[in-house]
Write a protein that binds this ligand. Structure first.
Ligand SMILES: [Zn+2]
Length: 270
């Protein structure tokens, strides 16, 4: 049975890390994805005292958790050497934070590309492969699993198709965070699951209409959950509601959970 969690980023600038955890507990989420970026707990800004407090709260509440590494301005395949170096440093700092919190999984994103010319993509592939392999090795040394999230939804996302994504996953010997919303508006959910199956260690879920990455609550787009129902029901990791319904973030997160629980026939205690 999958563990149902929420992403802290659902409450961008409306809750802090601790308030997001209180909301998770009060609404029967069994886990959280910790946003290790601004405005929650960027590793460079999150003080030792806050780290201790977070670790204590996670343990006391018996929450399952994953971490999302810094995202804003980060590009592990950047052609700019300074940005690439800084991206590696901040990703390693997120791995250190994961280890400190006794977490097991940290999510990273594929690189961006300024052009889809084959020679540019190949050049970035080599840079990203080296950088992501480095952070993956660093994670392994700390007992933290680095997972690569499928994006492929914007023109400047490096991975144009599933084969591109697979080449990076295999080239860096990585596990994966399956983003169901991203898969729906890029290469198809079933095809993506089929190709990555045993590599998938955590799942992001949100809905959309198949054209753009809307991050709507489950049930508000046109994803056919029946086609992936048995996969979701039998998934042993965490399924994280990653909703960007900022006009009413609490409602959006609760609605998404309510609808997915109904689809998965989850029985909750309150
Ligand atoms: Zn995601």
């Amino acid at each position: 049975m999958a563990i149902i969690g929420l992403a802290m980023s659902n409450f961008f600038l409306s809750k802090d890390v601790f308030q997001a955890i209180v909301f998770a507990r009060e609404n029967s989420f069994a886990g959280v994805e910790i946003w290790a970026d601004v405005p929650f707990c960027h590793p460079d800004l999150f003080a030792d005292k806050e780290r201790e407090k977070l670790k204590k709260i996670l343990t006391e509440n018996e929450l399952v958790y994953t971490l999302h590494s810094p995202l804003f301005g980060i590009d592990l395949g950047s052609v700019n050497p300074g940005i690439r170096k800084e991206s590696i440093r901040q990703t390693k700092a997120a791995i250190d934070l994961t280890k400190e919190l006794n977490g097991e999984i940290v999510v990273v994103h594929p690189p961006k590309t300024p052009s889809r010319l084959a020679q540019v993509k190949e050049y970035i592939y080599q840079l990203a492969k080296e950088a992501i392999s480095e952070v993956n090795q660093y994670g392994k040394g700390k007992g933290v699993t680095v997972v690569l999230e499928n994006c492929g939804v914007d023109f400047n996302d490096w991975e144009e198709n599933l084969d591109d994504f697979l080449s990076l996953v295999e080239g860096c010997k990585l596990d994966v965070c399956l983003d169901i919303g991203h898969a729906h508006c890029s290469w198809g959910i079933e095809k993506t699951i089929e190709s990555l199956r045993e590599k998938i260690k955590c799942i992001h879920i949100s809905d959309n209409h198949g054209k753009k990455d809307e991050h709507l609550p489950v049930g508000m787009g046109n994803i056919n959950y029946q086609s992936i129902l048995s996969y979701l029901k039998n998934f042993s990791g965490m399924i994280v509601h990653e909703i960007q319904y900022y006009q009413n973030d609490e409602w959006g997160t609760k609605e998404s959970k309510k609808n997915l629980d109904k689809i998965l026939e989850v029985v909750t205690s309150n």
